[in-house]
Design a protein around this ligand. Sequence first.
Ligand SMILES: N[C@@H](CCC(=O)N[C@@H](CS)C(=O)NCC(=O)O)C(=O)O
Length: 196
Amino acid sequence: MYTVVGAVKSRAFRVMWMLEELGQDYDIIPAAPRSDEAKKYNPLGKVPALIDGDDVLTDSVAIMQYLADKHGALTAPAGTVARARQDAMLFWLIDEFDAILWAAAKHSFVFPEENRVPEIKPSLRAEFARSAMSLSERLEGPYLMGDEITVPDLLAVHCINWSIGAGFERVDDTLGKWASKMRERPAFKAVQARDA
Ligand SMILES: N[C@@H](CCC(=O)N[C@@H](CS)C(=O)NCC(=O)O)C(=O)O
């Protein structure tokens, strides 16, 4: 049994979605970012963390990949060319999706007010739109890496949802329809139903 530290409405969603896809049970400690509770599991106060037995793991993408590797699903095996390509997609999404959304969040509510530069937000929105178009053009199969769902699919859809919540411009139809279909997955809906 796993325990996810972090609420559904945070990057912890990604970890829960992966656990659902893998058919694994989990508890949730819905610790808020930077709370004393979150700091018990990650001194930086960041969520999510995953408690796996005596171990506490941090960073949503590292955790998703760890779970995929451990349970042998939603990933190409380590040491294969397919895995190198999957990782390249994953790291591209971290750079061009997650980091942009995170920068927008920092300048909206994360940083202390005196450090926020709201003027940067139109530029971040434009950059995200370019990245989303580029992902849309790369989308050839039912999933980002082809016929099989892998870790980058979960990250991409979570970021697209985040972009909607942050009031970013809608992604183009191809990517939008793909993301809607991914949101129909029972594993995705099961996380939404957790309401923690
Ligand atoms: N790269 C990390 C980022 C984690 C992160 O920044 N989480 C946010 C909540 S979604 C947080 O805890 N922010 C508090 C802070 O950065 O101080 C991950 O993917 O887990």
